[in-house]
Design a protein around this ligand. Structure first.
Ligand code: SAH
Length: 215
């Protein structure tokens, strides 16, 4: 990371702490990943602001504080196999790669997957596999997962994702209508079933069915 990027990242870390991100491992992972790598073009000057920004295919990179709070809520351990639905820029997956054993990330837009994959390679993040897929069906060939994070809003936690969560596993998912304030939900699975708790109000792009058409 360049000196300027490192300095900007420290500024961003201050915003994260102020916003309630306290988990030391999460803060270290976010310190290690330069958000500036995931934002190109017009908005690159704002890469270190604590704000969501537009990326390709009409999607958004999430607000850093929300990324931090979601990652913290996911309670990732170094043994975990994680599924992320909604690769987008790849920023969230890169942070997860510092915390987990293995990260699978899927997006319905092939272009986003391709561009994120190039950044993972350039950063040497070898434990991430990025794939084009409709993540509302999960990733059956790699299931079950210790942790699942959904970074697009669903009306309800998708059934296939609940089914692909291990006993003892945790999933975080924004739930609610598109274009409205949604609630970030944490789902824990144990032998008896699923427990739900509400983490915070959020606003995400919708989880859509099928693949995107633009490359
Ligand atoms: N986590 C991303 C931000 C994701 S934005 C980051 O760190 O930058 C939400 C993403 O979810 C978009 O890229 C969108 O294409 C994707 N998405 C929406 N519905 C999907 C689905 N059914 N399967 C896979 N990806 C989906």
């Amino acid at each position: 990371m360049s000196d300027a990027a490192a300095e900007n990242t420290m500024r961003l870390l201050f915003a994260l702490r102020t916003g309630g991100v306290r988990d030391k491992r999460v803060l270290e992972a976010m310190e290690a990943i330069d958000r500036g790598r995931f934002i190109t073009g017009l908005f690159s000057t704002r890469a270190y602001d604590d704000t969501p920004l537009p990326i390709a295919c009409g999607q958004t990179i999430s607000q850093p504080t929300v990324v931090g709070l979601m990652t913290q809520a996911l309670q990732v351990t170094p043994r975990d196999k994680v599924l992320e639905v909604g690769t987008g820029s790849g920023y969230q997956a890169a942070i997860l790669s510092k915390l987990a054993r293995r990260v699978y990330t899927v997006d319905r837009h092939a272009r986003l997957v391709r561009e994120a994959g190039q950044i993972f390679d350039a950063l040497g993040l070898a434990n991430i596999t990025a794939m084009t897929a409709d993540g509302s069906h999960g990733l059956p060939e790699q299931a079950p997962f210790d942790r699942i994070i959904v970074t697009a809003a669903a009306e309800d936690p998708p059934g296939p994702l609940l089914a692909q969560l291990k006993i003892g596993g945790i999933m975080v998912v924004p739930v609610g209508q598109a274009e409205a304030v949604q609630t970030l939900i944490r789902v824990r699975r144990d032998e008896r079933g699923f427990d739900y708790d509400e983490i915070l109000p959020v606003r995400f792009v919708p989880l859509l069915e099928g693949l995107g058409r633009d490359g």
